[in-house]
Write a protein that binds this ligand. Structure first.
Ligand code: PXP
Length: 250
């Protein structure tokens, strides 16, 4: 079982640097440059999601990240043969399996592990054998956590989107209920021996209650940080997130 040693890690998701680049189809802003700035600012890892439709991160970005990063790459991917082949070619430090729908704006919900246990168990086995730390992105739902454990995932990442959305909408009763579910399910997953991560939609206003859960070892944060960097620069935006995470942990 994992212990609580070590500080809470921050994975910076750079997808939306690529979104801005792709709006014009040119070469800037460069996600690799953002990744290097994130490293300097205290990111413990870089997260990038190679979507089936390549709407932001490209295959060349993944090649480049594997070459230039000094911190681990967390490669987010759908459970498809194409993505499995790419992951096995690169063997990133970590892969995070996420659900993907072409029409969605972002990863809307967690993966339905319980319904696809056999397929996912076979899907992740070669990734684990290749030495990748396999994480499954799921809702704070006991059934999904138990299924993720049964299929042999080492890590679960809890989807914080519903909690963050409720906060943004001012629906504090729902927000508090979602936060309580995240708290309970972090403890439950940890009791099974799973390493617990969390992410999606986190901001300066919502990060601290989640960062305070002792079982959570890593937060993956992207969209808000890239947005803030327009106003204050990427380095200070990340440093402020780091500061809030560390002070919540203390
Ligand atoms: N974790 C996972 C598994 C994700 O899919 C995403 C979004 O790509 C994030 C974290 C980061 O979410 P956000 O960009 O809203 O911070």
């Amino acid at each position: 079982m994992t212990d609580f040693a070590g500080r809470l890690r921050l994975g910076v998701n750079i997808d939306h640097v690529a979104t801005v680049r792709n709006a014009r189809g040119g070469a800037y802003p460069d996600p690799l440059r953002a990744a290097k700035i994130a490293e300097e600012a205290g990111a413990d890892g870089i997260t990038a999601h190679l979507r089936e439709d390549r709407r932001h991160i490209s295959d060349a970005d993944i090649d480049g990240l594997m070459e230039v990063l000094s911190v681990p790459l967390n490669f987010e991917m759908a459970a498809t043969q194409e993505m499995q082949a790419i992951a096995l070619r690169h063997k990133p430090h970590a892969v995070c399996i996420v659900p993907e729908k072409r029409e969605e704006k972002t990863t809307e919900g967690g993966l339905e592990v319980a319904r696809e246990e056999n397929r996912l168990a076979h899907f992740i086995a070669p990734l684990r054998d290749a030495g990748c730390r396999v994480s499954i992105f799921i809702a704070a739902d006991k059934r999904q956590i138990e299924a993720a454990h049964r299929i042999g995932a080492q890590v679960i990442e809890l989807h914080t989107g519903a909690y963050c959305d409720a906060h943004a909408e001012g629906d504090f009763a729902t927000r508090d209920r979602e936060l309580e579910a995240l708290r309970e399910m972090s403890a439950f997953a940890h009791s099974l021996g799973l390493e617990v991560h969390a992410g999606h939609g986190l901001t300066y206003d919502t990060v601290q209650p989640v960062a305070a859960f002792p079982e959570v070892m890593e937060l993956n944060i992207g969209h808000f940080l890239i947005g803030e960097s327009i106003f204050m620069g990427l380095d200070p935006a990340i440093r402020e997130m780091r500061r809030l995470m560390d002070s919540a942990r203390d």
